[in-house]
Design a protein around this ligand. Structure first.
Ligand code: ZN
Length: 234
């Protein structure tokens, strides 16, 4: 049932009437629910485990918490600009798990979102592996053919915004241009709306970890993603 109140005041923000899905990767408690997290779910023509525990810094700061904090700030800033924001999880707690990657993948479909952004941190142990990369879906019929070109534009726009904010592109991923295209991620494959997954930094790198665990760093990532959304929708 949908309650209809008096017409909402029209917000002056430049994102008024936009619907944006913000998907903070993992859930803090995933590691406490191995059976639920291991259950296989549809991933776009194949199946995958529901989710993973996510990574952490060498000091133990969890990716789930990093993603949650950036997502909350991004949500706030988008709402301030008039957007309607849908989060794929509503807590960051040790006694919670999920949602699964198929649910995350479809999160923008029913609400006909303008776009969906999944927020993650990477966990590479390769020497000197640091920096961000933006993952977009490959062009694969019937799954992502419809969103491929818009998702690619969203990805390049996000890369531009992260560049402009002063973040380094990952040198350890496909070509070092800060972009990657993948067909193995349910979070991207099941979306009917333009979507990207951002690996904002490498949590196993001490320099990135310092930025990713700091309030200033998290605010800078969120601000860059706001810019990406605005430029993409302009
Ligand atoms: Zn992740």
């Amino acid at each position: 049932m949908r309650l209809v109140a008096a017409p909402a005041p029209r917000l002056a923000g430049d994102l008024a009437d936009r619907v944006i899905v913000v998907d903070p990767g993992h859930q803090l408690g995933n590691h406490n629910f191995p059976r639920k997290i291991g259950r296989r779910v549809p991933a776009g023509g194949f199946t995958k485990p529901c989710n993973t525990t996510g990574t952490a810094t060498d000091g133990g700061y969890p990716e789930a918490t990093f993603a949650w904090r950036v997502a909350r700030q991004l949500r706030r800033a988008l709402i301030d600009r008039g957007a309607q924001v849908v989060l794929t999880r509503h807590s960051n707690r040790e006694d919670r798990w999920g949602p699964c990657v198929d649910v995350r993948g479809r999160a923008g479909n029913a609400v006909d979102a303008d776009l969906k952004i999944s927020i993650h941190g990477d966990g590479s142990t390769a020497p000197d592996a640091h920096g961000f990369h933006v993952i977009a879906p490959i062009d694969r019929k019937p799954w992502t053919h419809d969103i491929f070109s818009d998702s690619t534009r969203l990805a390049t726009t996000a890369r531009q915004a992260l560049d402009a904010a002063g973040f380094d592109r990952a040198t350890y991923v496909a070509g070092g241009d800060g972009l990657d295209f993948r067909g193995d991620l349910a979070t991207l494959n099941l979306s009917d709306v333009p979507t990207i997954l951002v690996e904002l930094g490498n949590m196993r790198d001490s320099g990135d970890a310092q930025v990713m665990t700091s309030a200033d760093g998290q605010a800078a990532y969120a601000a860059a993603l706001v810019e990406a959304v605005r430029r993409y929708l302009r």
